[in-house]
Design a protein around this ligand. Structure first.
Ligand code: ACO
Length: 324
């Protein structure tokens, strides 16, 4: 069975920067509170681009860098909780924009773990069905599901997208993957999809389609999830935590990352953090961070890297990769 490597990476964020100061003009908050509780200084908020636009821009860069021709993409998966439409999928919209006619395209929803789940699915499909090239995107316009009157949530999130091209190879790239969900706690983080309204419904049910979060519960879950996911993905591999050069976590909150570093007994410097500039971009945060590391020249051949996601569902997961 062939191996799967990351052959290209790209990201795109809207140019509009919204600072903590800007937010303190619309809700009762302050730069000091947000920075102290989350580590976030600013985030990018779309001024009109939808998820498919952001996803396409990230994808174009990843494809260019991969050297793969768009016609040779056989699989496109977009992880998102903020699609443009119920149908078609964002993946099909991206497929049209790219002209990647030969691909199977679909979206998945695993919230902030979406990019990790999508890599796991793609790797399996590539190995089982023989797909040679896959495009994996995490993209969000969370700004459209944020309650801009709720200071407890609107300060946390941002918009953006990141993408990788996965390519069949004779050398190892994706070494191991891990995923797990706990649906019993789904109410900790919700944003409803539709109102219930049809001629047969007994009552019209108006649902709140903005993000509602029990911050404390999510915090507790997230810290435990990072620790479990990092340990699990290293199990039954030749690699231990000391061999891992970087951990790229979902960028939700600096305090979550600091806490997990302590629990894992690893240097905080091993965790790559850029949430200060982008906030929590859900499924996009890991590829945006990985792309930034790539552009800074931090990623060297043979580096072992753990990607770790956690979020709504509740879901969590991890990927152990060796950089090519
Ligand atoms: N500015 C000022 N005050 C605020 C703000 C704000 N933006 N938000 C909340 N407060 C107030 C609250 O109203 C509360 O006031 P009160 O004591 O008078 O009632 C006080 O601050 C404390 O509120 P808490 O919610 O207890 O604050 P906490 O220290 O728990 O921090 C936070 C809140 C940052 C959301 C924290 O719970 C957290 O980080 N949770 C994890 C959430 C997260 O990262 N979610 C995303 C991960 S999952 C995913 O990515 C999908």
């Amino acid at each position: 069975m062939k191996e799967v490597v990351i052959s290209g990476i790209g990201a795109y964020v809207p140019s509009n920067i919204v600072t903590n100061e800007d937010l303190s003009a619309i809700v009762d908050t302050s730069d000091e509170w947000i920075l102290d509780r989350t580590g976030i200084k600013e985030r990018r908020i779309s001024t009109g681009e939808d998820t498919s636009n952001i996803a396409t821009k990230a994808a174009i860069l990843a494809i260019e860098r991969s050297g793969v021709q768009k016609e040779d993409l056989e699989l496109i998966i977009v992880a998102t909780i903020t699609p443009d439409m119920c149908t078609p999928s964002v993946a099909c919209m991206v497929q049209k924009e790219l002209g990647a006619k030969g691909a199977t395209a679909f979206d998945i929803n695993a919230a902030c773990s979406g990019f990790i789940y999508a890599i796991q699915i793609a790797e399996s499909m590539m190995k089982i069905h023989g797909f040679k090239n896959a495009l994996i995107i995490g993209a969000e316009t969370l700004s459209k599901i944020i309650d801009w009157k709720d200071r407890g949530t609107c300060v946390l999130f941002g918009d953006g997208g990141g993408a990788v091209v996965l390519t069949e190879s004779n050398t190892k790239g994706i070494i191991n993957t891990f995923s797990k969900s706990d649906g019993s706690k789904y109410e900790s983080l919700v944003a409803a999809a539709f109102d219930v309204e049809n001629p047969y419904a007994l009552n019209v049910v108006k649902r709140n389609n903005k993000v509602q979060m029990k911050g404390g519960e999510v915090f507790k879950f997230a810290t435990a999830a990072i620790v479990e996911a990092v340990k699990e993905v290293l199990l039954n591999t030749d690699c231990n935590l000391e061999d891992v050069k970087y951990i790229v976590p979902h960028q939700a909150n600096l305090r979550i990352i600091d806490y997990a570093a302590k629990k894992l007994n690893v240097d905080k410097e091993k965790f790559y953090v850029n949430l200060d500039r982008f906030g929590n971009t859900s499924s996009a945060s890991i590829p945006i961070a990985l792309n930034e590391m790539y552009e800074k020249g931090m990623l060297k051949a043979k580096d072992k890297i753990v990607l770790v996601g956690f979020g709504g569902g509740l879901t969590f997961g991890s990927v152990l990769i060796e950089w090519k």
